[in-house]
Ligand binder design. Structure first.
Ligand SMILES: NC(=O)c1ccc[n+]([C@@H]2O[C@H](COP(=O)([O-])OP(=O)(O)OC[C@H]3O[C@@H](n4cnc5c(N)ncnc54)[C@H](OP(=O)(O)O)[C@@H]3O)[C@@H](O)[C@H]2O)c1
Length: 280
């Protein structure tokens, strides 16, 4: 059985939908990953062969002022999961982030490229990766620019502000690969299917800036909202972001045969799915 920790999160809910009867979700009340006792009690009861950690403190700007909490969840919590899963002989799948890279470059990042996080969030996710390796049977899956039907995300923000205004300002100097949670779930399933271990990158293919992504959201939704390009500096967020964070996912394709589809096709599918869910 697969345990999905973070069953109420954006990724966690899609993982549970994909795995169906094969998986069981845990909420913070069932398993608070920051408590070793809670992790030990929950996993000893459930006896999974795989634990997928979809729990994180994901407020990137909030992490800058809540460093202790960021490390408690994103690093110490992963250590608890790694040690208990190792004890039980279970695999740990740790979901990580492109923010472990500094984004200085123009070539997609490979799994073995040097890491150099710029933000507290990135540092805490990197510490989480190091802790995940305490279980020799670990799988670290770095992803980026996630959106999904069950969470607050960039696509939903654009659709909301696009209904309220004629023009929105969006940063054009950060480049990445917008990634649909459903395609990430399929990548994780493919990696588990081949019993892969170690570190992998998984994101939809192709890349764009946030500005280009916003334009695509409006175009594919039939909205006429204009998108004004601005710089990261002009936006003035608390946490520094990597400017070029495209992930090279060729290792995923080589080892599993699964190639995530292009980001624009994934966006179209997402928009169709959300309208069939009755979202406006
Ligand atoms: N979103 C992105 O763009 C992005 C990009 C790259 C990587 N990632 C990674 O992808 C993974 C999933 O992200 P997401 O966007 O799906 O996250 P999310 O929607 O913010 O969900 C995170 C979940 O973690 C739970 N949680 C927080 N602290 C907990 C604790 N101490 N014990 C148990 N549960 C706790 C939260 O529970 P409550 O509901 O109770 O608060 C929430 O359901 C994370 O590892 C994230 O770092 C995300």
């Amino acid at each position: 059985m697969i345990v999905v920790a973070g069953a109420r999160g954006m990724l966690g809910r899609d993982l549970l939908e994909l795995f169906g009867d094969r998986a069981q979700g845990t909420l913070r009340d069932d398993m608070d990953i920051t408590s070793r006792a809670s992790v030990s009690m929950a996993l000893k009861r459930l006896r999974p062969h795989v634990v997928i950690n979809a729990v994180a403190y994901t407020d990137v700007d909030g992490c800058e002022t809540n460093r202790v909490q960021a490390f408690r969840v994103n690093a110490d919590g992963v250590r608890n999961l790694a040690e208990v899963t190792a004890e039980l002989g279970a695999k740990l799948v740790q979901v990580s982030s492109d923010y472990v890279f500094d984004g200085n470059g123009d070539v997609p990042w490979r799994e073995d490229d040097a890491v150099h996080p710029l933000s507290v969030y990135g540092c805490s996710k990197l510490a989480g990766e190091e802790n995940a390796r305490l279980n020799p049977d670990h799988l670290i899956v770095r992803t980026q620019w996630l959106y999904g039907i069950h969470g607050r995300n960039f696509v939903e923000t654009m659709l909301r502000v696009g209904r309220e205004r004629d023009e929105v300002a969006v940063v054009s100097d950060q480049v990445g690969s917008p990634s649909w949670t459903v395609d990430l779930c399929l990548a994780i399933d493919a990696l588990l299917g081949k019993n892969c271990c170690g570190t992998y990158h998984a994101a939809n293919s192709g890349s764009c800036s946030w500005h280009g992504f916003a334009e695509a959201v409006f175009r594919e939704s039939g909205m006429n909202t204009r998108v004004r390009p601005i710089t990261t500096g002009e936006l003035g967020r608390a946490a520094p972001r990597p400017l070029f964070s495209v992930l090279d996912c060729s290792k995923l394709e080589r080892d599993t045969g699964y190639r995530p589809e292009g980001w624009r096709d994934a966006l179209k599918k997402y928009l169709r799915k959300r309208s069939s869910h009755g979202e406006g």
